[in-house]
Design a protein around this ligand. Structure first.
Ligand code: SAM
Length: 397
């Protein structure tokens, strides 16, 4: 039974910029291995042996912010409503994903809270956390999911239902999100200075977002993570201030390197503030201690404050310190396309499959086949890197 790749092969594939020939040859080997070994109950694996446990679901292509690193040029096109997945379709897809081994679902979007009735989908998805939830399962002889009839059985469940938001709607809605069954939120906050916040996000609402963070805390949507994309010449001078914010408010402050996912394709390497520089800037004021945990699928390098102050620092450095080897993610766009990597140039239409009248088993089989196509790593640092045509605002982070 071989569902895992040899560690050396795994490391080689994922961390080293392999030559195309070598890479192709190796991926063919992996793919062959995986097709011979059917997916076992509750574990969705890609062709490199990575377990896929984390699904990001974009709920909308609308946003009330205009962050320059995400949407720099004009009004983004809005897709016709019929192209977007309905809540019923999202629920069905998520149920099948969970049956296949997904443990965490993060709702995102351009701005997911632009869906006024987001509590409705949260309630539906929260049911997948219950122990009596339904799950596809291979039959007693452990046949692959695709060979089962549409049988549902009880096994495993969703562990974590989270939301990424710009925080604007949280002051009024944090409690209703919690009541609907949401576990926690990640809130974007790119500056603590009103003018810089406005310049980076296109809207003058820093106070509202800060109130949103407090509302999320009061509602118990914890642990609260705060995301700041650090861009040279904009908010890089504020890094240590953000760390002070984390200490004062006992939140997990996460610094994200600027990635080439802006829809204006204006990204330049000089604008990236490396994870290392971010850590050094923080340590000038607040010495840090690495939180030694198995990184697992965590995208961030985590630190606590050496003096024991509350709060935590996370540094997400996909450009300078890629972590593709630990990637456990897959994404579903608001119009129903599966993306196997943030930087994928190809999408796979789950929407078409969902709307084709396919059985749940057939949909599960399709998802399994798409996961096998997940890229070994992103190619940001390769000379031939191609920016995906649908960028962060469409994918939803
Ligand atoms: N509207 C929500 C929000 O503001 O958090 C969710 C969508 S947003 C696209 C998700 C995350 O992606 C945010 O934390 C945002 O800062 C981050 N992001 C967007 N564009 C980025 C880029 N070019 N590089 C790095 N992070 C980016």
């Amino acid at each position: 039974m071989i569902t895992k790749q040899h560690p050396a092969l795994f490391r080689g594939l994922l961390s080293r910029p392999a030559t195309p020939v070598l890479h192709l040859r190796r991926s063919r080997v992996s793919l062959r291995l995986m097709t011979e070994v059917p997916t076992k109950t509750g574990v969705l694996r890609d062709s490199y042996g990575r377990a896929i446990r984390d699904l990001r679901v974009s709920l909308t292509d609308r946003c009330n912010f205009r962050c320059f690193y995400c949407l720099p040029h004009g009004e983004p096109p809005i897709a016709p409503k019929e192209q977007m997945l309905s809540y019923e379709e999202i629920e069905k897809a998520c149920e099948i994903f969970v049956a296949l081994g997904i443990e965490k679902i993060r709702l995102t979007g351009r701005e997911p809270m632009m869906r006024r009735d987001i509590e409705t989908i949260i309630k539906k998805l929260a049911r997948l956390k219950m122990s009596d939830k339904l799950q596809f399962v291979a039959s007693a002889n452990e046949a692959p999911v695709s060979q089962t009839n549409d049988k549902l059985k009880h096994i495993g469940h969703l562990h974590d239902l989270a939301l990424t938001t710009n925080g604007y709607f949280l002051p009024e809605r944090a409690q209703s999100l919690k009541d609907a069954g949401l576990d926690r939120v990640t809130i974007s906050l790119d500056s603590l200075k009103q003018d810089v916040f406005k310049q980076m996000t296109g809207v003058d609402v820093l106070d509202k977002v800060l109130a949103g963070i407090h509302a999320a805390k009061s509602a118990g949507l914890e642990p609260i993570k705060i995301n700041a994309v650090i861009v040279r010449g904009h908010n890089d001078e504020e890094v240590a201030d953000f760390a002070a914010f984390a200490r004062e408010h006992d939140v997990k402050m996460r610094f994200i390197e600027f990635m080439p996912l802006d829809s204006g394709h204006d990204w330049a390497r000089e604008d990236v503030v490396s994870g290392r520089e971010i850590r050094e800037r923080i340590e000038e004021r607040f010495p840090l201690v690495r939180v030694e945990i198995a990184r697992g699928s965590d995208t961030s390098l985590r630190y606590r404050f050496a003096d024991g102050a509350p709060g935590e620092i996370g540094i997400i450095a996909p450009v300078t310190e890629p972590f593709c080897g630990a990637c456990s993610r897959i994404r579903l766009t608001a119009d129903g396309q599966i993306r196997t990597c943030l930087f994928s140039t190809i999408e796979h239409s789950l929407r078409d499959v969902l709307r084709s009248g396919a059985s749940r088993s057939e949909i599960a089989e399709y998802i399994e086949s798409v996961v096998l196509k997940k890229e070994p790593r992103h190619f940001i640092n390769d000379p031939g890197f191609v920016t995906p045509s649908r960028t962060m605002s469409f994918i939803g982070g």
